[in-house]
Design a protein around this ligand. Structure first.
Ligand SMILES: [Zn+2]
Length: 99
């Protein structure tokens, strides 16, 4: 699901996580099929239908971005915008102790 890169010298791990092109929030999807080419709708974490805790109903932010996820032959998924372009990714860096 995530592309990960490991720096073998420092043990640092980098993951590319797809983010909403409109508000940079994480993207949620549900793609059960493992068949290459299978697709499912994707939506932004700030979508009104996303499950979340509303802390302040007066200051609610809703993003209605929707896209599509497509299963790749290697089992990975790609998240596409409505215009069939890949959504941007952000790099998440994780540090693990060296063995
Ligand atoms: Zn969004």
């Amino acid at each position: 699901m995530k592309r990960a890169y490991v720096n073998k010298v420092t043990g640092e791990r980098y993951e590319l996580v797809p983010m909403c092109p409109m508000c940079r929030a994480p993207i949620y999807w549900s793609l059960i099929s493992g068949k290459p080419g299978a697709s499912a709708p994707a939506h932004c974490a700030n979508n009104g239908s996303a499950t979340r805790i509303i802390i302040d109903p007066r200051n609610i932010f809703i993003c209605d971005w929707e896209g599509t996820v497509v299963r790749m032959p290697d089992g990975d998924v790609r998240v596409y915008n409505e215009d069939n372009r890949l959504v941007p990714h952000r790099v998440v860096r994780k540090r693990y102790p060296l063995p």
